[in-house]
Design a binder for this molecule. Structure first.
Ligand code: FAD
Length: 497
């Protein structure tokens, strides 16, 4: 008898259709459901909606899958198979898992698309980290256990961590890194159809989006994703490490891989990305610090964030340890880059508006840091990141935004809040030079919103931050500011632009 297997929109690569042994299943009908209510509930970036629909429709065409357009998943499933049995791989959100649990006809198989199984992580957490979870410990365990970038029992090259060689400021005077530009896919008839549908939804269905849509800049098919991976490994992996944390206004991509949306759609597997980077190092094509830096992002960060999403439980999304409640301003919600004067915010917001992507430092140290400094509601910030980024999904947003960026979990994920004054941004980017604000100024007409915001944040949470060994010294610095009242006044002004 033919079995039906349902593929969610982020389960689109061959590792979701292979048998457990890696073979091709026989007698399987593939089902993909496009649920329009997802887009009615939230205002997504249009490029994200486009990418997702394009990827799902491309995959359905490749597989000859049944593609059902319905209002909800439940309605789509009923239309496709009635109450006949269906299998599916573990979804990536709690909401989807709840839905599956409520459908007796559905059998849920273990998750794919990650290196570590949830049960394995639970055992690791119980054995290795009974007191505190540390990303670095987890990363080393994954590498050793999965034999990634190892020489016998030791890390390749004798060191686990090459951060010392990475995280350099941008090359002095450079406006762009000296690397080839990234691969960009070419649109086809399916993209044309998606664009026409999105236009119609906006016109007739009351569905509304933010941001600009097109031409599509991220892979929608396995073939495109593999080409993107090839180009990255060949052209930019070698220089990935050194300037990983630097920002250049005219070069948003620098040596980053742009692979997050392909990994999160399931078009690429983390295993193959990591294997390619390791092989490039073993073949002498890229230096170890770059290969390790990239592998760390995937085996360390991506994998860790996925596990924390489940480990921290349902209530994590409501965490608000700092009691931040300010609403997000309109210019931020609308991605209105021209409405804001600070050059860093304006530049990065324009990148998000135009592509639905910016690399991790603009996310953390510009967008997230600004929200944290000015006390924006962390749940609203999380929702904004989720809707505005092509690679945003519930599982990846919660730990990254609630924990990493907004410190709303009070330190369960990171040991300190990630925020700085303008001096850090000035050192790590070329954004400040022509800005109307001065990064070192904390009073006066040209006081930098990040410098003002930094001191105001420390002041607002001085008791909590003074008790944290990693922030106590910064709080002591507050005592040396004889102009603190003026700084706080300016911060209040910036809070309501
Ligand atoms: P590269 O710099 O080339 O890194 C390689 C890969 O590592 C990425 O493709 C990604 O798959 C993985 N990775 C690295 N860091 C993380 C991380 N912290 N969490 C998960 N994966 C990671 N990443 C997302 O995939 N989706 C998100 O919605 C997302 N939101 C973020 C929000 C904030 C506030 C912050 C600070 C980070 C967020 N990240 C998110 C992580 C990271 O910024 C992006 O993965 C990265 O910028 C994507 O660009 P890239 O593919 O060029 O990454």
């Amino acid at each position: 008898m033919t079995a039906t297997h349902w593929l969610f929109g982020d389960q689109l690569g061959p590792h979701f259709t292979a048998t457990a042994a890696g073979g091709t299943p026989r007698d399987t009908d593939w089902l993909i459901i496009e649920a329009r209510s997802v887009f009615r509930r939230r205002r997504f970036h249009r490029a994200k909606a486009h990418l997702l629909l394009s990827a799902m429709r491309h995959r359905a065409a490749e597989l000859g899958a049944r593609y059902v357009r319905a209002d909800t998943y439940r309605a789509g499933l009923a239309e496709a198979v009635g109450d006949a049995p269906v299998s599916v791989h573990h979804p990536t959100s709690r909401a989807a898992l709840r839905l599956l649990d409520a459908l007796p006809q559905v059998t849920v198989h273990p998750a794919r698309g990650f290196l570590v199984d949830r049960r394995e992580f639970a055992r690791w957490a119980a054995d290795h980290a009974p007191r505190r979870l540390r990303q670095e410990d987890f990363y080393r365990w994954v590498r050793a256990d999965r034999r990634i970038l190892m020489d016998g029992p030791d890390p390749a090259g004798g060191r686990w961590n090459h951060d010392h060689d990475n995280r350099q400021p941008p090359p002095r005077g450079a406006r762009r890194l000296d690397v080839k530009p990234p691969y960009r896919p070419r649109e086809d008839a399916i993209d044309e159809e998606v664009r026409a549908d999105l236009d119609r939804w906006e016109r007739e269905d009351g569905i509304s989006f933010v941001g600009r849509d097109g031409p599509r800049t991220f892979p929608a098919t396995r073939r495109e994703a593999l080409t993107a991976l090839d180009h990255f490994v060949r052209d930019r992996l070698a220089s990935f490490g050194a300037h990983e944390d630097a920002v250049l206004a005219e070069d948003p991509v620098m040596s980053h891989s742009l692979l997050s949306s392909s990994l999160n759609l399931g078009l690429l597997s983390p295993r193959e990305c990591v294997a390619r980077a390791e092989q490039a190092w073993r073949d002498g094509e890229v230096p170890l610090n770059s290969a390790e830096g990239f592998i760390r992002q995937i085996c360390g960060w991506r994998e860790y964030v996925w596990q924390l999403y489940w480990h921290f439980g349902e209530d994590y999304r409501h965490a608000n340890a700092l009691g931040h409640t300010e609403p997000l301003p309109r210019w931020f919600l609308e991605l209105d880059a021209d409405a804001v004067e600070a050059r860093c915010l304006s530049t990065v917001l324009a990148q998000v508006r135009d592509t639905g992507w910016t690399h991790h430092i603009p996310r953390l140290m510009v967008l997230g840091s600004h929200a944290l400094q000015y006390g924006w509601d962390p749940a609203a910030v999380t929702d904004w990141f989720h809707r505005s980024f092509v690679d945003g999904y519930d599982w990846v947003m919660l730990p990254n935004v609630v924990g990493m960026s907004q410190y709303a979990d009070g330190g369960r994920m990171t040991t300190k809040p990630y925020t700085t004054g303008g001096a850090y941004l000035n050192r790590m980017s070329d954004l400040c030079g022509p800005c109307r604000y001065r990064p070192t100024a904390r009073t006066g007409d040209d006081a930098c919103p990040f410098t003002v915001g930094y001191w105001s944040f420390l002041h607002r949470h001085r008791e909590r931050l003074a008790a944290n060994a990693r922030t106590a010294q910064a709080v002591r610095g507050l005592g040396r500011l004889d102009d603190l009242p003026e700084v706080l006044r300016l911060a209040a002004e910036h809070r309501t632009p």
